[in-house]
Design a protein around this ligand. Structure first.
Ligand code: COA
Length: 278
């Protein structure tokens, strides 16, 4: 991995010149490694997440040096993209179910055996989806997002990416998390294992999370995104805006999120996965 890493860092930081043949020799290897899950944008090391920034560099360089290509299937089903990012070469032997109806898995991301993808869903380059996870209709797994095993991403949940707007940290959804319908998890937020994100919750670097059980406020800091603790049950909340007399007078509220409890047997019953679907 080291030669690839050094090459992409040097090229991205313009310490070496671009040479087309040399670039595509490296880029082809890189895509194969991403598709097989052997290279990841972030990975757990000793209970912490280690972010591999060079992976994002490699992906960006693939856009920069890719040419526009006509991938149209026929005269009515037309699409055009960089030639470096065609569809993922997933095979039936990979044991991924892609239910028909508009789903796209881009090349350069890993989708493990047992994953079910309901249509339409989009899994972008650099993403990683662990075994037996469910990606429901209208869900987005953004660029470089890392999704664990037995995760349920409910309908219309959006897991943000790092490419645009520019973000340094990928979103991480650990094992056995449920992300409810219409949630938005963005900007390097980490959802620790077993957490349940109630329908309609939005989490970004700017959203404070009020832990009503432990009576503390969780915020992102300069270097890290929000971290939702293990087994937390999070729901959307609001808080009064007190910055101006006008806001106070008008009783204005802004969004926050609340940890209302930690997972209990009732939560387990509510979020239980259905084996028959897998
Ligand atoms: C969070 C969730 C899993 C419930 O977990 P639970 O442990 O059974 O939680 P409870 O029902 O005990 O709720 C705890 C409190 O949070 C509130 N709450 C739960 N989910 C909420 C939500 N999404 N928005 C606002 N409040 C919510 C409840 O009203 C309750 O408040 P109270 O204690 O003041 O009465 C469930 O509400 C949820 O959002 N599930 C996701 C469903 C979904 O998106 N399915 C998609 C299928 S594609």
């Amino acid at each position: 991995m080291e030669p690839l890493k050094d090459y992409f860092i040097n090229l991205y930081e313009q310490k070496i010149d671009y040479d087309k043949d040399e670039f595509f020799r490296h880029f082809e290897k890189f895509i194969i490694l991403l598709n097989s899950g052997r290279v990841r944008a972030a990975e757990p090391v000793d209970d912490r997440w280690k972010v591999h920034r060079w992976v994002k560099y490699g992906i960006l360089l693939g856009f920069k040096h890719g040419d526009s290509k006509d991938f149209s299937l026929n005269s009515t089903f037309r699409y055009f993209d960089k030639h470096t990012y065609p569809l993922n070469p997933v095979q039936i032997s990979d044991q991924v179910r892609i239910v028909p109806g508009g789903t796209t898995i881009r090349t350069g991301c890993y989708v493990a055996a047992g994953v079910v993808i309901m249509p339409p869903a989009y899994i972008n380059v650099g993403a990683y989806v662990g075994a037996n996870s469910m990606i429901d209709s209208h869900a987005l797994v953004g660029s470089c997002a890392q999704v664990g095993e037995r995760v349920h991403l409910s309908a219309a949940s959006q897991i943000g990416g790092v490419l645009e707007p520019v973000g340094a940290l990928p979103v991480i959804i650990e094992n056995d998390v449920l992300v409810g319908g219409n949630c938005g998890i963005y900007e390097g937020t980490v959802i620790s294992k077993g957490a349940v994100i109630g329908a309609g919750t939005i989490l970004t670097r700017s959203i404070p999370v009020y832990d009503l059980v432990n009576e503390k406020i969780i915020r992102a800091d300069q270097n890290n995104g929000l971290v939702i603790p293990e087994n937390a049950v999070v729901i959307p909340g609001s808080r009064p805006v007190v910055k101006s007399e006008f806001a106070k007078k008008e009783n204005i509220q802004s969004a926050c999120a609340l940890i209302v409890k930690y997972r209990d047997s009732k939560t387990d019953r509510t979020v239980a996965l259905e084996e028959a679907l897998r």
